[in-house]
Design a protein around this ligand. Structure first.
Ligand code: PLP
Length: 432
């Protein structure tokens, strides 16, 4: 496994001592007792730790490194931008060329009518933006009672204020007192459930419906046949704004720009982040259709009083532009479809493993290997153990409570996919 010895500025003692870095998703009582897993270097689909051991990045970090690690041209573009105009706000009428060009480019490809683009620093911030904009839009329409937001079981929309309030996973919602009110969650596998909920709440009270094209962090759940056509029709019927959260599904992970094109519908807003810059610098945003934007653009005295300091950051936008250049030049849209097919068949090879209940994959470069209830509840197997066994063997996968998730960079080869799935299989064997 050891291929390259990476020199490090840290002394061996410092390697072993846990730092003061708070890993917020983790039980720090456990993490603080052992050495942290320090990633020292990355290139393509590979990571190296401080000892020089190499790992296949089966998760593209946290679903975002679509073009793979170590792309010098993104670094060069950022360097050029930083030595030209490092950063400047887009507050008021200030603008900068990378923010304007990126907005034009995203608007040109978004399946949204007459699009406008709001830029942010990430996914959760963009969800807050979309939720506030949806509610605000209805105020401009003389319907301030339209505030209710509907989302789906298993849906993950980041952990900012609105994201925490609409997330479809209970464990992320509790312990914070009263969350944002007028929200509800419906089953992710039924358009009829959405319609029933709109009718229960009262159509004239529902502002928007939020959905990921394929549910990612919640466990890779694919939509049933015709789901999004039905959802789009239902939203239109009741005047509910349809907000697509493409934070994971965008920028070629589903073989197109925003994921939702796969289902042939045109939403009112698309939330994006992650793959837009492949994570080289933090960036996100919302593509908004003209119907929603017009009351703010066409009527005087009606600003959308929302935004953040680093929105439209020119260096982050330059990273995104260079990243999009790579996606287009290497046609990672087409490559992604081929990777999707190979990944799907490789993952399905794990379906017969005695610990595996189900494999979910085949739409987008992502997949879930769910463990059986018997493994989880009777044998006491945890996905964290499987993750640890895979990492010891040189492959990074992502554990969620019932499943191991994969979402590799789109530049992964067939051989590397097979290496990833066979290592996952050995990790499963190891915990039996
Ligand atoms: N929406 C989806 C679908 C996500 O997967 C995520 C993050 O994983 C977010 C929103 C939140 O993005 P961020 O972590 O950049 O706030």
């Amino acid at each position: 496994m050891t291929e390259t010895v990476v020199s490090s500025a840290l002394t061996p003692k410092e390697h072993r001592e846990p730092s003061r870095l708070w890993h917020t998703f983790c039980d720090m009582n456990t993490v603080a007792k052992g050495p942290e897993f320090v990633v020292a270097r990355a290139e393509g689909v590979w990571l190296w730790d401080q000892s020089g051991d190499r790992y296949l990045d089966g998760t593209a970090s946290l679903w975002y490194c679509n073009v793979g690690h170590g792309r010098a041209e993104i670094a060069d573009a950022v360097h050029r931008q930083m030595t030209t105009l490092d950063a400047y706000t887009v507050y008021g009428d200030f603008a900068n060329a990378p923010a304007m060009e990126l907005s034009e480019r995203l608007a040109a490809h978004a399946p949204v009518a007459d699009p406008r683009v709001i830029l942010t620093c990430g996914g959760g911030e963009s969800i807050d933006t979309a939720a506030k904009l949806a509610r605000s839009y209805w105020v401009t329409q003389g319907q301030p009672q339209r505030q209710h937001l509907i989302s789906r079981t298993g849906g993950y929309h980041g952990l900012n204020g609105f994201g925490t309030s609409i997330i479809g996973m209970e464990r992320f919602r509790s312990g914070y007192g009263k969350l944002i009110e007028d929200t509800s969650v419906v089953r992710h596998d039924s358009a009829a459930a959405l319609e029933a909920e709109i009718l229960r709440v009262g159509a004239d009270r529902v502002a928007a419906f939020f959905a990921e094209p394929v549910i990612g962090a919640g466990g890779v759940f694919l939509p049933p046949e015709n789901y999004f056509t039905d959802v789009a029709r239902i939203c239109q019927k009741y005047g509910v704004l349809f907000v697509v959260d493409s934070v994971i599904c965008g920028f070629a992970r589903m073989g197109n720009w925003f994921g939702i094109e796969r289902f042939g519908v045109s939403p009112d807003m698309i939330v994006f982040a992650k793959g837009v810059s492949s994570g080289y610098l933090p960036l996100g945003g919302v593509v908004v259709n003209g119907r929603v934007a017009d009351p703010f653009w066409n009527e005087a005295g009606n600003p959308f009083l929302h935004g953040t300091t680093y929105a439209g950051h020119p260096s982050a936008c330059a990273a995104a532009m260079a990243n999009l250049d790579i996606l287009e030049r290497e046609d990672l849209f087409t490559v992604s479809r081929e990777v999707e097919t190979h990944l799907d068949s490789a993952l399905r090879g794990l379906a017969d493993h005695p610990l595996v209940a189900e494999v979910r994959s085949g739409t987008g470069v992502m997949g879930a290997v769910e463990l059986t209830e018997e493994a989880l509840n009777e044998r006491g197997v945890t996905t964290a153990e499987v993750f640890a066994e895979a990492r010891t063997r040189g492959v990074i996968v992502r554990p969620v409570p019932k499943a191991l998730l994969v979402s590799p960079p789109l530049v992964i080869t067939w051989e590397q996919i097979d290496h990833m799935t066979s290592t996952l299989s050995s990790a499963l064997d190891a915990v039996m």
